[in-house]
Design a protein around this ligand. Sequence first.
Ligand code: IMP
Ligand code: MG
Length: 174
Amino acid sequence: MTKVTPLFDEARIAARVKSLADEITAAISEPFVMVGLLKGSFVFVADLARALDRAGAAPQIEFLRLSSYGLGTESSGDVHLLGDIPTDVAGRRVLLVDDIVDTGRSIAYAQALLRQRDVGTLSTCALIDKPSRREVAVTADFVGFTIDDLFIAGYGIDYAERYRHLPYIGVVTD
Ligand code: IMP
Ligand code: MG
């Protein structure tokens, strides 16, 4: 039986999302487009969008869907595009938003795709960073929490499609 042991509770996540929104509005001038990576970032994007509103920003919201881990806890290393943004982002200010930067492959893929589309400026925000897992040199401009090599779930993040609905983030163990 897998177990999810709480790591960041709802209050802690909400406080960090609020401060991230403050950092982002101080650093990025409007107008900008938030591009969330599905599915893992859907809860984070929803909360961040409303925190950005409270901080005075009014971002456009789009999503890119990339292939994911499949059912395991190790990345296949293979990233594919499953769903594209319908918007022309050429010349626009874009904030790429993901749940976790792990090996860095997904973020690297999304950044390269958006650069091919000639975005004006590109910034990246990740709720969770796991720097010790990095295989591709990418950095996020805005990071919610930096953690060790732990496998986590909840708050949109899954383990084999489970636990996305949890309002908190926890460590998955067998
Ligand atoms: P990367 O391409 O290896 O950086 O992986 C990024 C994606 O893998 C994240 O957006 C997550 O969807 C997934 N992922 C990475 N670490 C975890 C984890 O600890 N739990 C669940 N999903 C994870
Ligand atoms: Mg993901």
